[in-house]
Write a protein that binds this ligand. Sequence first.
Ligand SMILES: [Zn+2]
Length: 80
Amino acid sequence: MAIQTWRRHHGHTLVATVIGRTPETYAVAVWDEASGTVHRLQKELQRLHSAKAAADDLIRRTFRHTCTLEACGQWLIWTV
Ligand SMILES: [Zn+2]
């Protein structure tokens, strides 16, 4: 069960997310809302800032995305 989730939108359809499972366990997933394609990082990370960086990196590598100030938002706490 997630204790906290963060999300960052990249462009129109790409979303990066970090799921805090415990205060020291963060899972990373990214997806494309247009295609429904989801990619998860196998490894969980111990620090939030590392997990966010890994999510941004995964979205850039997976979807050949280039971050720009105009297209990409900020990391936000996601309340379900
Ligand atoms: Zn971006």
